[in-house]
Design a protein around this ligand. Sequence first.
Ligand SMILES: [Zn+2]
Ligand SMILES: [Zn+2]
Ligand SMILES: [Zn+2]
Length: 217
Amino acid sequence: MMKSGNGTCARCGQTLSKGGMSRHLLATLGQGEHTLLSVSSPEGPWWILAVASPEALLSDLDKLLRETWFEAAGHQSDFTIKGVHFEDSPLSGWMASSRSADVEIESVLPTGTVLTYRYDFTNTTHLHGKALGLVNGGNDHLTILARNDDVAWPCRACDNEANAVCSACGAFSCGCTDACPACGASLDQVAIPVINSPRMGIGGFRGPGEVPSGEEA
Ligand SMILES: [Zn+2]
Ligand SMILES: [Zn+2]
Ligand SMILES: [Zn+2]
C-alpha cells in the first residue's frame, strides 16, 4: 500500500479521501462565518483541512503548517494569493510588492480563492491551498479538522513497510539491507525516519519540531 492519502475526521472518526472529507465537512459543519481551508502537497498524499475564525491571520496558518509539517529550523516562507506575496517580515523599498502575513485570512481568501505556499527558499517545499467555503467553527483561531493518515511506503528492496528514507536519494527502506537499496549509501549514515509530512526526506528532516541534522536552530 502507498499513497492512500485518506484521512480521519477529528469530529466523527470517519475515514475519507481529501475530496470526500471536504464535502463531508462542508455538509456537517453547516454555514457560518469561519473559513474552511484545504492545504495540500502537489507532490504526495499530504493534506490538511482546517477551519479559520474571522480573526485568524495568514501568519497563524504559517505557524500551523510549521507546527504540523515542518522543522524548528525556521526557514523562510511565504504565501502567494492572486499574485501578491505575503510574508512574516516583508522588506520595504525595492521589495515592496510583499505584504505582511499579519492579515485576516477571511479578507484575502474569500471562498474559491487559491493560494500557494513556499517553505524554505533553497530546498523548497511547495503547498497549494484553497478556501472551500464558510462554515460554523469554534473559538480557536485555527483548528485542524482532518489530515491525511500515516502513509505506508514500501521498502525499495523487499516491499515490506518502510521505516526509513534515504536522505541522499529518497528511496525507502525497511532495514532489510545495510546499504540504501537504491544508491548504495550506508543506511547508518543516510537513513532518516519516515514521517507524515511533505518535508519527509528533505534536508535531513527528522520530524515536526526537530532541528534537521547538520543545521543550526
Ligand atoms: Zn466527521
Ligand atoms: Zn526491505
Ligand atoms: Zn539512497
